[in-house]
Design a protein around this ligand. Structure first.
Ligand code: ADP
Length: 605
């Protein structure tokens, strides 16, 4: 009874996978529905070119038999045969062109959809998924789907058609010989199904491993400076090598499986051909000696059919493996395409205007990747419209997390955040994010012109760009470059100092004319000149605006209308600079440390 139960369970799992496979395959094909016209055109061409392949051997036999009898019809027969081959080749060209074109169109569309889908995901998704893996889905997985759905599909159809057509004509030519050949088919078919299942699993692992090493490489190359500083090239290399070796081992198994399967198919099919030749030769002999048999030409055309069928089987076997690989790749792509972002990208309320007032009401939060450690615990505070409030406290206390929540990169686990009096979760994220600007400690600039960087969030005319750059103390150094605002920054362009980057980031934030400005003062020491210019720019920007600043400098906290001290995810003190000094608590210690250490660091006690 137990055995029966186990059998049932195994059986139902098998059924389940089969169902899933079918569903995956169906969805895989549904991807190509916009290319249906191209595919239909390709298929028509395919049918014609296959037909030519199928009837050609028939004429081949006729030519031989003609020569055996008389020479009269030879030229005509040869011309027909030639015509069939040329026509077939032309259709082959059309088929290949249309299918490859459909493939390019499909993969272009798929990549666009996938990229858009990745961009819509909430920030926590990017904490969980490594960049390199996502890149791999965009490039390699889509590529596999392209080649499978078009090139392989056309091959699959071609060979299937060729096999069926050839077998039908073989029956017409000689049923007895066909019977001999067909006996080998079940063996190949059973082997093929078993092999396909095995290879599908291996191929998925093969792809997964590539994604993993891709992520390692991406991380190392994009952080090459840090890698160099710590002399950890060897370590990265070893890590990469390990992944590649692991993949190689899977590849080795795959090669063995592919090779032996191809060998098996060839042995069986060619064995069948030899058998056919043996039996066919006997029939020809019988025919020539007055018994019932076949002609030379019949045997010749039958042999060509047999070889065609055997080759088609061999090709089908390899196409089958590729198909299974595409199913593996498509599973990963569909996973991504189906993923609904946990925080919507658009949708929600938009209003004619929005005030900068900000309020946290009993906000608690843990990062989804580290659910166990609560980063914010019942945080309450408010920033009144037009005021500047400073967040201070030891590093790791939760200040940046507060800023992340205001941008709605993450949603709180409990409590509410209000912006302009509205619950943040009721507002359209795309709309309210436009009303907020952030200047971070190490701002990211894109590899494009300075002007494009400044107008990254909002398209404005050059006058406004210059105005923002002037306010950000960036104009002077920008015009000192040969190409001014058109100077390209980033990897292939000019290298900017930390202070210059920050001033461009400030200009970028200013262009948005935000109702709420989120600022993270730099802790890293800028050179004195830069420091002064950045500070002046920041002070100017803060005027008459609602600002929440992660403060590191004494002058900032002095000017703040309220100072909030965050430690271990809680607000431990709150008040003006003077009142907190009088209180003599943790804030006083922080200030004291700042004065004695003489550094611009304010956050680290
Ligand atoms: P602060 O800005 O005060 O230095 P943070 O808000 O950056 O502090 O960090 C608070 C805590 O949250 C730290 O323990 C940090 O390790 C953790 N943390 C920050 N970002 C993430 C993240 N993306 N995923 C998981 N934990 C994080």
């Amino acid at each position: 009874l137990r055995r029966l139960q186990i059998f049932r369970i195994v059986h139902s799992i098998d059924e389940e996978t089969e169902k899933k496979n079918k569903a995956d395959l169906k969805r895989l094909f549904s991807l190509a529905k916009d290319e249906i016209l191209l595919c239909v055109g390709g298929m028509l061409a395919l049918v014609v070119s296959c037909l030519s392949q199928i009837v050609a051997p028939f004429f081949f036999g006729k030519v031989i038999d003609t020569v055996m009898e008389s020479m009269e019809d030879l030229d005509r027969m040869i011309l027909i045969l030639f015509g069939i081959y040329v026509g077939g080749a032309a259709c082959s060209f059309i088929r290949a062109y249309l299918f490859v074109l459909a493939g390019h169109r499909l993969v272009a569309r798929l990549r666009k959809r996938l990229f858009a889908c990745i961009l819509k995901q909430e920030i926590a998704f990017f904490d969980e998924n490594r960049t390199g893996e996502l890149m791999n889905r965009l490039s390699s997985d889509t590529q596999i789907i392209q080649s499978t759905l078009t090139v392989n599909l056309s091959m699959l159809l071609r060979y299937t058609f060729q096999i069926i057509g050839s077998i039908v004509l073989m029956f017409v030519v000689s049923p007895a010989l066909t019977g001999v050949l067909l006996a080998s088919i079940p063996v190949v078919a059973i082997g093929g199904v078993l092999y396909g299942e095995f290879v599908k699993r291996l191929r998925k692992r093969f792809q997964d491993e590539l994604a993993a090493v891709g992520a390692t490489a991406e991380e190392t190359i994009s952080n090459i400076r840090t890698v160099r500083t710590f002399c950890s090239e060897k370590k990265s290399e070893e890590q990469y090598d390990k992944g590649i070796d692991k993949r190689y081992l899977i590849g080795k198994k795959l090669a063995l499986a592919e090779g032996s399967f191809n060998g098996l198919v060839l042995t069986i099919s060619q064995g069948a051909i030899v058998l056919v030749l043996w039996y066919g030769a006997k029939l020809v002999y019988d025919g020539r000696h007055g018994k019932s048999g076949i002609s030379f030409g019949t045997l010749a055309s039958f042999m060509v059919y047999s070889i065609n069928v055997a080759m088609a089987f061999g090709m089908l076997a390899s196409v089958y493996g590729d198909f299974m690989q595409a199913v593996g790749a498509s599973i990963r792509i569909f996973e991504l395409l189906d993923r609904k972002p946990k925080i919507p990208h658009v949708g929600g309320n938009r209003f004619a205007s929005l005030e900068g007032r900000l309020e946290f009401q009993k906000v608690s939060f843990a990062y989804p990747t580290r659910q166990a450690s609560q980063v914010l615990k019942e945080v309450n505070f408010a920033v009144e419209s037009g005021h500047m409030v400073a967040l201070v406290g030891p590093s790791g206390g939760g200040k940046s997390t507060i800023v992340n929540l205001i941008e709605r990169f993450y949603d709180p686990d409990s409590g509410r955040i209000l912006l302009g009096g509205y619950d943040l979760q009721s507002l359209d994220p795309q709309w309210f994010r436009q009303k907020i600007s952030t200047v971070s400690q190490e701002p990211t600039l894109f590899a494009t012109s300075i002007k494009n960087n400044i107008t990254y969030g909002k398209e404005v005319n050059i006058e406004e760009v210059v105005d923002a750059a002037r306010k950000a103390n960036a104009h002077d150094f920008i015009v000192s470059f040969e190409n001014g605002y058109d100077t390209i920054v980033g990897e292939r362009g000019i290298r900017l100092s930390g202070g210059q980057k920050q001033r461009i980031a400030i200009a970028r934030a200013l262009v948005m004319d935000p109702v709420l400005l989120l600022l993270d003062e730099a802790t890293s020491a800028l050179d004195a000149e830069s420091e002064h210019l950045v500070q002046e720019a920041i002070d100017r920007v803060m005027q008459e605006r609602t600002v929440l600043v992660i403060a590191h400098r004494l002058s900032t906290v002095r000017n703040a209308s309220k100072v909030i001290v965050v430690d271990h995810g809680r607000i431990v003190e709150c008040g003006t600079h003077n009142s907190l000094l009088e209180k003599g608590g943790i804030y006083k210690k922080l200030v004291f440390h700042q004065l004695t250490a003489g550094s611009i660091e304010f956050g680290v006690p």
